[in-house]
Structure formats: C-alpha cells, structure tokens
Design a protein around this ligand. Structure first.
Ligand SMILES: [Zn+2]
Ligand SMILES: [Zn+2]
Length: 319
C-alpha cells in the first residue's frame, strides 16, 4: 500500500536546503578552510573546531601507538561474523537468549552499508531499495565531512594553478600554457583549478585549431602520450602518399580530417589540459567520472560539429 501511495516521490527526491546562496558559500568556505577542521564532539550534539595541524598530528600519534592499534593484513569482518554466530548459537542452545533475540543480534550482511554506498552495486540490489523522505543535511553534517578531503593537499600542490610545461618532453611545445582559457564563441573565461602538465593523467583536454575551433577529449594516460597520438593522426592525414587500407585508418579521426580539409600545417597543433580527475581515496569509478567531465566540457564549450571538431556528444556515461 505504501509503495502504491508514494508513486510521486521521485519528483521530490532532489530538494535543496533552505539556506540562501551566500550562506551556503560561507559554509563551504568554512568547510574548505585548510587551517581548521570541524568535527562532531564525542558526546552530545556539539560541534568542535580544531586546528587542523594539531588534529592531524594528534590523530597520527594515537594511531601509531602499537598498544592500541595494529595495521590489518586482511579484512576480519567475516571471521568476527562467524565467531559471533557460534556464540549466539551456544547462548540459544543453553536457553540464555530466545530465537528471536538471536536473529536480532546476528548481522547477516555486515558489508551491506559499504555495498549500499556503492553506486553501481546498489543498482543490482533494487529489491531492497525503497523511496523515502530524507531531511536535508544540518549544519553539523555540512561542516564536518567524515573524510576531510579538502585538507589533504600537500604544500607542493598549493603552488600556482594552471597549465605548465613539464620541460622534459617533445610535446611541451604543443602545450598551451596559462591559468585560464576562453569559450570559442562567447569568449567567456574559465579558470583552471588544478596544476596540469604534459605528464598529468586522467585529464580532459582541448585542441585548438588555427581557425578557432575546439576539440574536447580525455585520456586516462599521460597527456603527452595522447598528444603524440593526435599528432601522428594529423601527420597521417596530411601525408599525400597513399597508404594501405588498414583495419583502423587513424587519419579518419575528426581532428586529423579537419587539419586536412582546412589545410592547417601540422605544426599548428595546440593542446591544453583543462580539467583533471583526482583518484578518489575512497574508490569509485574514475573512468566514468572522466567521461562525464569530458561530456560536460564538450557541451559547455560547444565542441560538437559544425561549431567544433567533436563528431558527437556521448551522454550515456550519466546513465
Ligand atoms: Zn612536456
Ligand atoms: Zn581549423
């Protein structure tokens, strides 16, 4: 009956909190402030603010105390589950607890909370999923994420952001450097929020041709390997010698074809990394997130032909 009555729930799943924009921005700034960390207090509903350097050194000091902590070589969850089951069985046989109590105390799926937080696995477990109302996160939850990722950056990473030559490869010359780039049609400026070089991995990049058209692509390998591949497709397309028909003719790729039809010289090839996916400390599908960023930028920068050099926009990475 409940399932039938809540058929309109999905419409209301994404509700924003009731904070105005300025307050959300202010909270985010507090959250991202690298000098402090905000945590729920051990007891009571309070929130505490600590100096991050102090917090981190205290945390590491406690963890390195071998009297209290030990680094695990394997996940002992199922071992504990079995031991708990044996104990509960004994207690039940002796009549210390009832069958119902045993059922309640035994955890059948100790990994379920982890599985639940995994996006792809949840889809496999639809039967267990129910729609429900969820309140928005409160101040304490907004200010104290379990994993304070914004604090992790090492001081070297805090150096200047933007695109830089690695200074050590032949692809450096094809790189457009700087800390911003512009929309090819509207001129809107975009700031680069990471530090990117020819050796960056998991990047989204743009190729800019002399007539101002953009191609947007991504690579999970080092950017310079991808640049090298693009340059060889262009050389193959511009090369007037007839080639053997191979299974995959690299000169047919859109960038190479444009270079040929617009008579651009091979040396005019310019490329700029614009976005980068950091490997998440908590797992997650980096490839998929990279595809999503690529699709976002392809759309945002209007890169699909005829206004750009991409042949199409692929959105199934969002499904
Ligand atoms: Zn380089
Ligand atoms: Zn062109």
């Amino acid at each position: 009956m409940i399932d039938a009555a809540v058929s309109d729930f999905p419409q209301h799943l994404h509700q924003r909190g009731n904070l105005p924009k300025e307050e959300r921005v202010a909270l985010k700034a507090l959250c991202d402030n690298k000098n402090i960390i905000i945590k729920p207090a051990d007891k009571g509903g309070a929130v505490v603010i600590l100096d991050y350097v102090y917090y981190r050194s205290e945390l590491l000091a406690q963890l390195s105390d071998s009297n209290g902590y030990r680094k695990l070589s394997f996940d002992p969850t199922s071992k504990f589950q079995l031991r708990l089951k044996n104990l509960l069985d004994i207690a039940c046989t002796h009549g210390w607890i009832t069958d119902t109590q045993r059922e309640g105390l035994y955890v059948k799926h100790p990994h379920w909370p982890i599985v639940k937080s995994d996006h792809d696995l949840t889809a496999l477990n639809r039967k267990r999923v129910r729609f429900g109302h969820r309140r928005n996160r409160n101040l304490k939850e907004l200010l104290s994420p379990t994993d304070p990722v914004s604090k992790y950056e090492t001081p070297t990473r805090l150096n200047k952001l933007g695109v830089f030559k690695c200074g050590n490869c032949t692809m450096c010359n094809s790189l457009i450097v700087g800390d911003k780039f512009f929309h090819p049609h509207t001129g809107k400026p975009y700031t680069i929020k990471q530090r990117l070089t020819c050796t960056s991995q998991n990047v989204v990049y743009i190729i800019k041709c002399p007539c101002g058209l953009l191609y947007c692509g991504k690579t999970c390998r080092q950017l310079r390997e991808r640049i090298s591949m693009h340059r060889s497709t262009i050389r193959a397309a511009l090369d007037p010698k007839p080639r053997r028909e191979t299974k995959q003719d690299i000169s047919k790729q859109p960038v190479a074809q444009h270079w040929l039809s617009a008579k651009h010289p091979a040396s005019a090839f310019k490329c700029m990394p614009i976005d980068c996916i950091q490997d998440s400390l908590r797992g997650g599908n980096t490839d998929r997130r990279l595809l999503q960023r690529e699709a976002f930028w392809t759309y945002e920068l209007n890169c699909v032909a005829q206004k750009g050099l991409n042949s199409s926009l692929t959105l199934n990475c969002f499904l």
